[in-house]
Design a protein around this ligand. Structure first.
Ligand code: AMP
Ligand code: FES
Ligand code: ZN
Length: 312
């Protein structure tokens, strides 16, 4: 039976092909945490005396993120931020996983429930012209509310669980479609658009998706076991599948691609200056239009509710 390459005595449970490593459970968990620590330090995502908000969804990536940050930086003050989107069964399930995880780690949890706060849920967009684009509306709503949650929690930095696979497939998508300005927004550390907003950081940018799942399984972390009923990631999945194919030929492919994109982004930022940012006349958030995408979408649901005398 092969023994772990790191400790020499544990039974091998993971093969990290791009690093030619065979690891036992304990050494894999250590290897994972060390990479998260190195990534935070490499991109100077935060200092140990910062208060860092972590967007925790109930899924494997953000559970691995919260747990590994807690292990990598024991002195760091973390606040878990969870958004309940009001999706029947799914949202309650996710929130209960987040509650259990934060209890185990003894980390403060702040939850934003969109039904209570806004009088609507993600389901209500099914009554609007976005009915076939629920996932995309959900992304816009989430990004806006994350800003609000970071502000309420008074955190300077907000970490999300975007992983190597997410980031490289979105990068490839924006690259092939020539969406240069969007490409520059997929950075490991994104400064605030205006003063008073949080820095967005991605400490798992170098962590492959399957390793996040293994970290949760071996670390016995509570994670959701059901999928979002509205999930529709067909476009991005196409690129993720392409990347899988390339990775079969070269296990290092996604890592190389990420590194080349990270070199390309500063050049793109120089060539394609940021669009002028004004403020949304409704919510006052930065926006390139008079009314931001979030407010436009919320007003569609509110309009529907008013026309149909719906009170939530
Ligand atoms: P997604 O866009 O669903 O792939 O999620 C990317 C990241 O956003 C996750 O890893 C979390 O950090 C964060 N996130 C997504 N959904 C939620 C949620 N409902 N509550 C808190 N954080 C979330
Ligand atoms: Fe947003 Fe599924 S979590 S639509
Ligand atoms: Zn707005």
């Amino acid at each position: 039976m092969p023994y772990c390459r790191m400790c020499g005595s544990g039974t091998v449970v993971v093969h990290i092909s791009y690093a030619k490593l065979y690891l036992c459970q304990k050494c894999f968990l250590e290897f994972y945490v060390k990479r998260v620590k190195r990534t935070v330090e490499e991109f100077k995502m935060f200092r140990e005396d910062d208060v860092v908000g972590v967007a925790v969804s109930g899924g494997k990536d953000s559970a691995a993120l919260l747990h590994s940050l807690h292990n990598a930086f024991p002195k760091l003050e973390l606040k878990a931020l969870h958004l309940n989107l009001g999706i029947p069964e799914y949202s309650e399930h996710c929130e209960s996983k987040v509650k259990t995880l934060t209890k185990i780690l003894d980390i403060e949890l702040q939850t934003y429930d969109i039904r209570k706060e806004l009088g609507l849920t993600i389901e209500d967009f099914k009554k609007t012209k976005f009915k076939r684009k629920i996932c995309s509306v959900c992304g816009t709503i989430k990004r806006h509310i994350f800003e609000e949650m970071a502000k309420r929690a008074q955190v300077r930095v907000l970490a999300t669980g975007h992983n190597l696979d997410d980031v490289t497939s979105v990068m490839l998508n924006t690259f092939l479609n020539g969406q240069w300005t969007q490409l520059t927004r997929i950075k490991p550390i994104l400064p605030p658009l205006t003063e008073g907003m949080a820095y967005k950081v991605k400490p798992l940018i170098r962590s492959p998706e399957n390793e996040n799942l293994l970290y949760c399984l071996y670390g016995e972390l509570p994670i959701r076991t059901i999928g979002c009923p509205n999930s529709d990631t067909a476009g991005i999945k196409k690129y993720a599948k392409m990347l899988e194919k390339f990775s079969e030929e070269d296990p290092n492919f996604k890592h190389l691609l990420l590194n080349r994109f990270l070199e390309l982004i500063p050049l793109m930022e120089e060539k394609f200056p940021k669009p002028t940012i004004t403020r949304c006349r409704i919510c006052n958030f930065p926006s390139s239009n008079e009314v931001c995408a979030y407010c436009k979408r919320i007003s569609l649901v509110k309009g529907y509710q008013t026309r149909n005398n719906i009170v939530k």
